[in-house]
Design a protein around this ligand. Structure first.
Ligand SMILES: Cc1cc2nc3c(=O)[nH]c(=O)nc-3n(C[C@H](O)[C@H](O)[C@H](O)COP(=O)(O)OP(=O)(O)OC[C@H]3O[C@@H](n4cnc5c(N)ncnc54)[C@H](O)[C@@H]3O)c2cc1C
Length: 308
């Protein structure tokens, strides 16, 4: 078993680190941003294969991640993962979603807000990212790994006195570390509001201004969202926040009057295809777009396989 350096401490880096430790490798994680400061910490985060390709690999990764999250939800009440039923509206009802096979209980429903004629309901893992990332980081440390803040200007070299292999989980940072011009940001803004007793998540695809979603967590509700191609700013816009809340209120009227607790912006690492590929002693694992949480365990398992 080798000595592996994992670059990145978002959901992808930590999931890969944990699986590598479980497989018997020694693992050191290096990251410019620690888990709570990453894009991953901004995610809503509902299991949903969104803005990630190619479809066939994404479906396989999503399916195995669903199973891993369901197991975590059942095994560990402190990990921040719960299974929640919710509804997606705005899809063409005639056609089942392409990822339908990955969820156990997808069914059509007429129990939808005014203005919609039906939707698809299913149980999804909902991952409370600030809690989950801390949990993942603790698991990495407990398994003997390390997590160090370090800004890299290139990927570390493997061999000699260095690690035996490097796993590149730098998210959008791989644009520079792996000199990958195909990687670009898709900016997403969310509003955090107080929990007003919501149990179900709601998602409206195809709404003007970006997808609209309402994702209840233990102490707050994540309300989104936007997806702005090529935008690098991480500063929340008050106008955008107001528009998000207006859209969300139409979807979930019970949000009326909910106190706003905060605003967040994250830059999704988008790429024409998610890159999970071994090149010499480096395994690249980045470009998960709007589905890094959804794909995390499936990709981590593949990374372990690529390192043998
Ligand atoms: C608003 C919003 C909502 C979302 N909702 C969902 C959702 O509901 N479900 C879902 O599955 N996904 C969702 N996503 C997408 C998800 O957040 C991303 O796909 C995921 O966070 C990518 O994880 P990552 O670990 O690859 O990248 P990141 O979380 O960005 O982590 C990258 C790591 O690499 C490090 N790094 C980068 N460059 C360097 C460098 N030069 N030196 C050292 N370290 C470096 C960073 O510091 C960081 O630690 C959402 C995203 C946004 C913005």
């Amino acid at each position: 078993m080798g000595r592996v350096t994992v670059v990145g401490a978002g959901v992808i880096g930590l999931s890969c680190a944990l699986r590598l430790l479980e497989a018997g490798h020694r693992v050191d994680v290096l990251a410019r941003e620690l888990p709570r400061e990453t894009t991953s910490a901004v995610a809503a985060a509902i299991w949903y294969p969104y803005r990630a390709w190619p479809q066939e690999r994404v479906l396989a990764w999503s399916r195995s991640s669903y199973a891993a999250f369901a197991a975590l939800a059942a095994e560990d009440p402190d990990c921040g993962v719960v299974l929640r039923e919710g509804t997606e509206v705005g899809l063409t009802r005639a056609e089942k979603p392409w990822w339908a096979d990955a969820v156990p209980d997808l069914h059509e429903t007429l129990d939808v807000p005014a203005g919609h004629d039906g939707g698809w309901a299913f149980t999804a893992p909902v991952v409370e990212m600030p809690v989950y990332l801390e949990w993942l980081a603790s698991r990495v440390l407990d398994a003997g790994g390390s997590i160090t803040r370090l800004t890299l200007h290139g990927l570390p070299s493997a061999g000699g006195d260095g690690p035996t292999a490097v796993v590149d989980c730098a998210g959008l940072g791989a644009k520079f570390l792996a000199a990958d011009p195909t990687l670009h940001p898709v900016q997403g803004q969310v509003v955090l509001v107080e929990q007003v007793g919501l149990e179900r998540w709601w998602l409206e695809s195809g709404s003007e201004g970006g997808p609209t979603y309402v994702v209840p967590r233990s102490r707050d509700v994540v309300v989104g969202g936007t997806d702005v191609e090529g935008e690098w700013s991480r500063t929340p816009s008050p106008d955008v926040a107001a528009a998000i809340l207006r859209r969300a209120l139409r979807l979930v009227p019970a949000l009326a009057g909910a106190e706003v607790l905060g605003h967040k912006v994250g830059l999704r690492p988008a790429r024409p295809e998610v890159r999970v590929e071994r090149v010499g002693d480096v395994v690249h694992c980045y470009g998960h777009g709007g589905a890094g949480v959804t794909l995390s365990w499936g990709c981590a398992d593949e990374v372990v396989g690529l390192l043998g």
